[in-house]
Write a protein that binds this ligand. Sequence first.
Ligand code: ATP
Length: 250
Amino acid sequence: MIAPTPDSSPVLQLEHVSRRRGGRPAVRELDLSLAGGQVLGLLGVNGAGKSTTLSMIAGALRPDGGTIRLDSRDFAEYPELARQRLGWLPERAPLWPELTSSEHLDAHGRLRGLRGTALRQARERIIERLELQPLLRRLAGALSQGQRQRLGLACALLHEPALLVLDEPGNALDPVQTATLRTLIREQAAAGTAVILSTHLLAEVIAVCSRVAILHEGVLHHDGPVAADDHATLERRFFDIAMAGGAQAA
Ligand SMILES: Nc1ncnc2c1ncn2[C@@H]1O[C@H](COP(=O)(O)OP(=O)(O)OP(=O)(O)O)[C@@H](O)[C@H]1O
């Protein structure tokens, strides 16, 4: 087991991270760092590079250049870090349709190295927290999109990760589920988890994020606290960057 990072170091650091997709740059020379307890909203229009960035952070895509550090350790040298320290919910929760929700929790727990009592306790905690009891015996293939999202989130949180990566988590949720998700993100952050989420919803950023980073055409154009941004200011900044191609707003 790799020891966790000391409290003072950032949980996540990206330095000059780049990645090409389909022959074109999707993310360019990205620098970001994130400490425990922070919630960073990665904002950008369609195709800005949000999912590519999060997939690299989650270890599912390799950067073409640059370094990603989790707990001050280079991801490329310690690929097992992702399994132990990171929880990831991609845009579409990756579920096996023929397995029940309960089997998903077991499979994810084992994948993260949880066994016996530790696995049982982790399951009980997350089932209660995300109110999964009614879904446990149901096949993932028979769940609604919002329920799939909830199960995916449970799988991502089961092992109490130091870094939670959420790709457009608000999509497909009804207003009640949206409120529940926001509470859960705030609680995770209060417990010291670093959270990074991508979205194109300004309201989501205002509601849960302590920081916002704006990506456009793979380039980071803004990184600052959300408390300083009311909705109108953030909206203006977002549109300035999107409409000017980032050139004037950087
Ligand atoms: N599988 C792929 N093959 C080729 N190009 C891709 C692939 N996935 C993404 N891209 C390209 O990479 C760039 C960044 O895409 P990405 O999905 O990271 O953006 P995004 O900000 O997450 O967009 P959205 O909000 O629409 O999900 C885009 O130009 C996109 O067309």
